[in-house]
Design a protein around this ligand. Sequence first.
Ligand SMILES: *Cc1c(COP(=O)(O)O)cnc(C)c1O
Length: 388
Amino acid sequence: MSEIKTVYLDHAATTPPAAEVAGAMQPYLESKYGNPSALYAIGRESKQAIEKARRQVAALINASPDEVYFTSGGSESDNMALRGVLQAGGDGPRDIVTTRIEHHAVLETAEFLQSIGYGATFVEVDSTGLVDPADIKAAITPETALVSVMHANNEVGTIEPISQISRICREAGVHLHTDAVQTVGNIPVDVEEMGVDMLSMSAHKLYGPKGVGAIYIRRGTRVARFIHGGEQERGMRAGTENIGGIAGFGAAAELAAAEMEAKVPRIKALRDRLADGLLSAMADVVLNGNPDARLPNNVHIGIRYIEGEAICLQLDTVGVCASTGSACSSEALEPSHVLLALGVPTLEAHGSVRFSLGRGTTEEEVDYVIEQLPPIVKRLRAMSPLTK
Ligand SMILES: *Cc1c(COP(=O)(O)O)cnc(C)c1O
């Protein structure tokens, strides 16, 4: 009679939409289908829905609504930031400074830009995933147009010292972009305090719908238009808007702002309970990332002698959703670029498992994982050729 429940601990990959989000989207999927560019009532209603969401998203990051542009998600926002600044630069500086641990949407855009004649420098991080602002300073040259450093890493959860980096960028007269997809909605994010010129967000990482995101662009920052065509998003991104998605994003942003103060300490306590519980229940297990500058919902562990993919598949059989940075994301059985950049030893990198908690996570679920994982690890280690 044992019924397997789902324990969803992969919120860094995506989050379950909040009830408020679905409710906010519903009218725009049904009766309120008007084109926001139209002059009649149902068109105007769509337009108002977009502008309401823009105010909600802006409020969450302490921006002005006219500095928020809706996109199709975090990946598009990252592409837009990097390409937009360089393409708007004309004969000016043509290089990007970024880091080894960025999301692929930043890394591959930087590599693409390199392939068409722009310059890119990839700064190293320490063994906990922290970027040293002095290394950013050292990498900036007169040719640097843009620095892009993520606010928090999506794999190991390390939070980067963005406001220190922004002071360096301002002194050097260089724009700063941050991929804040893992932080917006999950910890307080304030574009003024951080001092960034551009910031990427994604709705589905904060209990909103998939396929919608936004980019904050500080007033006065020159960014080339990203999609050519109509005048939507003040000419930056053509195409009839994803009104339902945008309305859902707005509702998610408002909910995140309202919940923030109570949510962060609660999730942090559960995170520590999970990390402590797992580390004390098993030998040869380490916590990856930075112990202090860390997302409140991230537990990333390295379990020696076994494969992260096997662990995740076994966890799935007991209803636990988690992810690995070792094999499943690549066919080459290579550890992820992030774990490689941290210099995580091969044994731990291969056995890496990321648990990312969320607003719905309970103590009971955390305790269930602490109970279920050790016997799985024991069984897999018994079969492992690597076990001592
Ligand atoms: C999820 C994620 C993205 C991509 O966002 P999408 O909306 O899925 O395109 C970009 N950067 C980081 C850090 C992420 O975690």
